[in-house]
Design a protein around this ligand. Structure first.
Ligand code: CTP
Length: 397
């Protein structure tokens, strides 16, 4: 996956630095090479000896290392890689990157490089949520810096939440996506995924059984072909893939706004199971039993059809792909749906309880085009996603 690729790995000073050793091992296992740079704080957590032994390369540490300057200056070091990876990227390192500081070797390399930079943030949950970190990250993303993680979970400091560095395998996936000169390089694809939650009152909502598995697999497959993916997801069970830009929403109205904001795009794949209706008279207070035995009456308002809005809108992507979840007359219903919504393709599937598709690992789909239909055998959702991504790449060629 990474054969011949050169990674400049900057190891920041966080407890997650121990995972960078595994990261070095995995990059090399995939055929890549690693030039390690250890910050002063990083060296408090892992030793140059273990980093150098795993990388089988010189570990760069100080900015004014005269031997290194004679052998290879920091400018050259920053450019001789295919990708610069910062893992762990601490709050301090991110702040220094965002501010354009160059007061040590790592920050100097990051300022001098002409290569893409991928950061794997790792910090305490409060530091991650702090407005300063949010600001720095937004600035870095604006500069084109790629991010992977952080994950949610138990942290070394005893707290729970987002801030844990992404697993080394996820970082490797993000590295290969960043380096991949796939057929979708330079293309922007919007993918919607997961269910939507439509509130009844502050504690209750109407939802559906979508796990978000198919949408997440499609986003990952498009990413692997080099696309820049905006992944607009409702509250799904399956976590979003690494290496895509995630916009988490809850309701259909929020999803519609997020999709509009993500346009323009070369293609849109609408895999979300959007609620057709929202509760028009959703209560701001929790609904209470009033003792009369009378059930509350919910009134519904129709949600915007996001797929139709995109397919028929002024900024229509070149290719618009919809899904049709059906339980009867799959092909006939999906064919009418394609025409009614104005999309190019419909991926139709039978989601009847007996099929195990909803929430399950497999899918059996029929592709519906203007010219006709194509029935795919039952296969893993990852495989459906890979095939679909290849077809999308062909259509956008
Ligand atoms: N869709 C959408 N916005 C909605 C409803 C559906 O974008 N408000 C998209 C889905 O993401 C999917 C396609 O439309 O790509 C079809 O979804 P489906 O639920 O099967 O169709 P519906 O429009 O809900 O039609 P019906 O309920 O009549 O089957």
């Amino acid at each position: 996956m990474l054969a011949g690729k050169r990674i400049l790995l900057i190891i920041g000073g966080g407890i997650a630095a121990y995972k960078s050793l595994e990261l070095i091992r995995l990059i090399r296992k995939e055929g890549g090479s690693v030039t390690p740079v250890l910050t002063r704080a990083g060296a408090e957590f892992v030793t140059p000896l273990s980093v150098g032994a795993l990388a089988e390369a010189k570990v760069h540490e100080a900015l004014f290392d005269l031997t290194a300057e004679a052998e290879m200056g920091h400018i050259e070091l920053s450019r001789s890689a295919d990708l610069v990876v910062v893992a762990p990227a601490t709050a301090d390192l991110l702040a220094r990157m965002a501010g354009g500081l160059a007061d040590d070797l790592a920050s100097t390399l990051l300022l001098a490089t002409d290569k893409r930079v991928l950061v794997a943030p790792a910090m305490n949950v409060r530091m991650w949520q702090h407005p300063a970190t949010r600001r720095n990250l937004a600035a870095l993303r604006g500069d084109g810096v790629l991010t992977v993680g952080p994950d949610k979970g138990e942290m070394a400091c005893g707290e729970y939440g987002p801030g844990r560095m992404a697993e080394p395998s996820a970082i490797v996936a993000a590295i290969s996506a960043a380096l991949c000169a796939g057929p979708l390089l330079g293309r922007h694809v919007i993918v919607t995924s997961g269910p939507t939650h439509e509130p009844i009152d502050p504690v209750r909502y109407i939802a559906n059984r979508s796990s978000g598995a198919q949408g997440a697999a499609i986003a990952a497959a498009l990413r692997d072909l080099g696309a820049r993916v905006t992944f607009v997801t409702g509250p799904a069970v399956v976590p979003p893939p690494a290496g895509v830009s995630v916009v988490a929403v809850e309701t259909a109205l929020e999803m519609a706004d997020a999709v509009k904001a993500a346009l323009p795009a070369d293609a849109a794949v609408m895999a979300a199971a959007v609620a057709d209706w929202r509760v028009a008279n959703a209560s701001v207070q929790k609904l209470k039993k009033d003792g009369s035995g009378k059930a509350p009456v919910l009134e519904f308002a129709e949600n915007p059809d996001i797929l139709a809005m995109v397919a028929q809108g002024a900024r229509r992507p070149r290719l618009v792909v919809g899904f049709a979840a059906e339980t009867t007359d799959v092909v006939a219903n999906a064919t009418t749906k394609r025409l009614r919504k104005g999309c190019d393709w419909i991926v139709a599937n039978d989601v009847s309880p007996g099929t195990g598709v909803m929430g399950g690992p497999e899918n059996a789909v029929v592709l519906i085009f203007e010219e006709g239909t194509e029935t795919w055998p039952r296969m893993g959702k990852d495989e459906v996603a890979r095939r679909l991504a290849v077809r999308i790449a062909e259509a956008l060629r």
